[in-house]
Design a protein around this ligand. Structure first.
Ligand code: ZN
Length: 263
């Protein structure tokens, strides 16, 4: 009798367990179904819009993070070597560039000799350095931006407004790229790992002798409004380059400094 009772109790417990298992299995969707449901109901994430960076714009910085901190009363100095072009200051209307080809790349003819000497001496020093891009017209920048907008509208279904906003994260707006001056040079692979090369080390040591400075240093992002770009150098003339490095100033600071000196 006792044994029978025990068996009954065990059977009851067993039945309850079975029932629980069945309930659980019915309640929970099959593992295989879950992803299907999730995928079916998944909306394209509205914020997941960082479109691929086109190669043509790889050299251009995201400008959304930092706004250039520039005196609102800023005036352009009357010195072509120090012409300032950034997110808030457009290329002056009267700034004339005579493009000249150097090794297949268009540069401002006024820095031709300086750039040629720099590259020759780098080569003599066994350093592998070349110009990836330099002069870019406003019209060219407009084409690059328009292409990027069209790509985003076609490939990501963005509205024109969304596409433009997104494209401007990686493309400088026309009229505001320093490359319009023809005095900016992007070296080698136009990538962050350039800073680990002998070529970069050589430039940091020697560029000022030829009138070039690193234009967007890491510690000046707040002022330039541009994220660190180790590959982008700017011709400012030898005296200015040496002075800027001595003072530890980027172009925005240096131009204001000179303006205040003159005042
Ligand atoms: Zn550049």
């Amino acid at each position: 009798m006792r044994r029978r009772q025990a068996v009954t109790v065990l059977s009851a417990v067993f039945c309850v367990l079975i029932a629980l298992v069945i309930t659980a299995v019915l309640a929970v969707p099959h593992a295989g179904e879950a992803p299907v449901e999730a995928a079916a109901s998944a909306e394209p994430e509205p914020t997941a819009t960082p479109a691929p960076v086109e190669s043509a714009e790889a050299s251009e910085p995201p400008t959304s993070a930092a706004e250039a901190v520039i005196d609102e009363n800023y005036v352009q100095l009357d010195d072509w070597q120090l012409v300032l072009v950034n997110d808030t200051v457009p290329l002056p209307d009267d700034f004339v560039v005579t493009p000249q080809l150097y090794d297949g790349v268009q540069i401002n003819s006024r820095m031709y000799t300086a750039l040629r000497d720099l590259l020759r001496d780098a080569s003599d020093a066994g350093v592998s350095l070349w110009v990836a891009s330099a002069y870019r017209s406003v019209e060219e920048q407009e084409r690059i931006l328009e292409n990027a907008i069209q790509n985003r509208m076609n490939d990501y279904g963005m509205t024109r407004e969304e596409a433009e906003e997104n494209a401007l994260l990686t493309i400088q707006k026309p009229g505001h790229s320093e490359h319009h001056t023809g005095l900016a040079v992007d070296f080698n692979n136009v990538a962050r790992d350039f800073e680990n090369t002998d070529a970069y080390a050589w430039l940091m040591e020697n560029a000022e002798k030829y009138g070039f400075v690193e234009r967007y240093p890491a510690d000046k992002e707040e002022i330039t409004g541009i994220d660190y770009e180790c590959w982008h150098f700017r011709y400012v003339g030898r005296d200015n380059a040496v002075a800027m490095n001595e003072l530890g100033m980027c172009l925005e600071e240096y131009v204001l400094y000179l303006k205040n000196q003159q005042a």
